[in-house]
Design a protein around this ligand. Structure first.
Ligand code: AMP
Length: 542
């Protein structure tokens, strides 16, 4: 028998499109500000007008629905405009990772079949190196903070094009499953892989993230009174999607351009920034930079993701009054899957414990941990296996790479490639990447746990632990340690931290590294994450 509910006609189906996120802020917070460094400041009302102008200008340059508009810029109000206007036209926004090598940038633009490129003048030398090998790009628009000469073959300069364009572009309705954005993962192996997200996915990710952050306990909450500034690049998973959340909530937004510690700290103070997100390295850099050591950062809420939040860093941030907590996700997952939830009660050690947890699933996220046969593992907070996930906003595959997409979705769940455990309360703890876990003496040792332990030694600025091949044990851990300037420690002191944890039964005795190397810096990927593949190769034991 047919279900009569299915047949009910709908007067207006209300597709979940990015343009719908604008109704509430424009109705209730039209005078709220959007700021770009000390260069530009305007209201949400102006923002909406500029979206119309940008779309008109792009349409005049031949952009039609289904085409791809690529952007190479630092974090800016212009990027936020592209976040909305390009998808709202029915076109696809490609956010280009400007830190990739030129040949990889070339690969991603050709692979995504980008039609038009908006490029910050700072990247013109890079563009010059690849321009004659671009296969599909047929137009360029220059982005410049200051008046600049237009390079040959460019259709115009961003501000001039907007100034000359009409603001009454009529953003149409269309299928909510239309692709809105695409960008490329930045793994350490193989060619970059394209992930993609639809309007429906971005809207649902925005709503779920707003719900999770807005219902956080008395720490880590995002609300209308906050001032938001990203410190995760907008090219990387839409700056974790928080610009969409901030816009929906009508929050003041501050865009810092290229990340320079002094500029970031100055903006935090001058604009009273209260909510940001970044990878651990950036927070570490801000806290220890000359200006950062004396900056008043009390009350600043910071989500740390992209890598585990080490306990040492969490403790240092809490001491400065920073409301720091972990979040978890990946390029393939739009990205947010979990957020650590901590109240403000408990002593310092308890606060650190709560805040470094990988976190609880945000609304609509289903998490599993499984063994090699995809059987669910007990939710006992100890048993670790691969983390699988379903949520409405996960990439449905990789662009033009069905084999990799099928592997990603084997068994109907997205495979994160991360190892973790779930507890009875639904809290996830990631213990490693599948490919970074250290297998020694028949046991799996969590490199993240070792790093978190060693990070608590007072002389340690940064640490990475990798597995090196070993004839007897399979693999043995090697700790690479960067010391704080002016501090000293020897290998024995580092080893002692792990030894003590092993003796207390908190970590396997196989985890104690024989080898501790002191290094000046740790190898990193283009987005600032530890590049353990490069470290293993450099240490000769990959
Ligand atoms: P990416 O796709 O470059 O954003 O990288 C995603 C990967 O970063 C995940 O699969 C994890 O391995 C790692 N990651 C992100 N957030 C966390 C976290 N809170 N704890 C541990 N690992 C994380």
């Amino acid at each position: 028998m047919s279900n009569p509910a299915f047949a009910a006609p709908s007067a207006y189906a209300y597709p979940l499109l990015l343009k719908q996120l604008l109704h509430t802020p424009l109705a209730t917070a039209a005078d709220q500000e959007i700021v770009y460094r000390d260069r530009c400041r305007y209201t949400y009302r102006d923002f909406r007008q500029r979206l119309g102008r940008l779309a008109s200008a792009l349409a005049a340059r031949g952009v039609v629905p289904g085409q791809t508009v690529a952007v190479m810029d630092w974090d800016s109000h212009r990027y936020l405009e592209a976040f909305f206007a390009v998808p709202m036209m029915g076109a696809v926004l490609q956010t280009v990772n400007v830190r990739l090598a030129p040949e990889q940038i070339l690969y991603t633009l050709n692979h995504a079949r980008a039609d038009l490129l908006l490029v910050n003048g700072e990247f013109l030398p890079l563009l010059a190196a690849i321009r004659d090998q671009l296969e599909t790009v047929r137009g360029f628009i220059l982005i410049a903070d200051d008046p600049a000469a237009l390079p040959a073959g460019f259709a115009g300069e961003y501000e001039a094009l907007l100034a000359a364009a009409r603001d009454d572009y009529d953003f149409p309705d269309f299928d909510e499953n239309t692709r809105a954005t695409t960008f490329y993962t930045t793994g350490t192996t193989g060619l970059p892989k394209g992930v993609y997200f639809s309007h429906r996915q971005l809207v649902l990710h925005t709503l779920a993230t707003a719900a999770a952050l807005g219902t956080a306990p008395d720490s880590g909450r995002l609300d209308r009174g906050d001032v938001y500034m990203p410190i995760t690049p907008m090219f990387h998973v839409h700056a974790w999607g928080i610009p969409y959340v901030a816009t929906l909530l009508g929050i003041k937004q501050v865009y810092p351009g290229r990340y320079e510690p002094d500029t970031l700290l100055r903006l935090i103070a001058a604009e009273q920034v209260s909510f940001s997100h970044c990878v651990p390295t950036i927070l570490q850099m801000l806290l220890t930079s000359p200006a950062g050591q004396s900056a008043d950062l009390a009350g600043w809420k910071v989500v740390i993701g992209g890598a585990a939040l080490p306990k040492g860093l969490a403790a240092a941030a809490l001491e400065r009054g920073i409301d720091v907590f972990a979040g978890y996700g990946m390029s393939e997952t739009c990205p947010i899957l979990t957020l650590a939830r901590a109240g403000s009660a408990g002593d310092a050690a308890a606060q650190v414990e709560a805040r470094v947890k990988t976190g609880q699933p945000i609304p609509l996220v289903e998490l599993r941990t499984v063994d090699e046969d995809l059987r669910d593992l007990p939710r006992d907070g100890r048993t670790a296996g691969e983390v699988l996930v379903r949520a409405p906003w996960l990439t449905q595959g990789y662009l033009d790479n069905p084999e990799a997409g099928a592997a990603l979705w084997a068994g109907g769940y997205l495979h994160t490639g991360d190892i973790g455990s779930l507890d009875a309360g639904g809290t996830l703890q990631i213990t490693d990447r599948l490919k970074d876990v250290i297998k020694t003496g028949g046991e799996w040792i969590s490199s993240l746990e070792l790093e978190s332990l060693i990070s608590q030694h007072p002389a340690v600025a940064e640490v990475a632990v990798i597995g090196l091949r070993d004839a007897k044990w399979g693999e043995r851990p090697l700790a690479l340690v960067v010391l704080k300037s002016g501090s000293s420690a020897d290998a024995g002191a580092i080893r002692q931290v792990v030894q003590a944890a092993a003796e207390a039964g908190r970590i396997s005795r196989y985890a104690v590294p024989e080898r501790v190397d002191f290094v000046a810096a740790l190898a990193r990927t283009s987005v600032g994450k530890l590049n353990k593949k490069a470290m293993r190769e450099a240490a000769g034991g990959g």
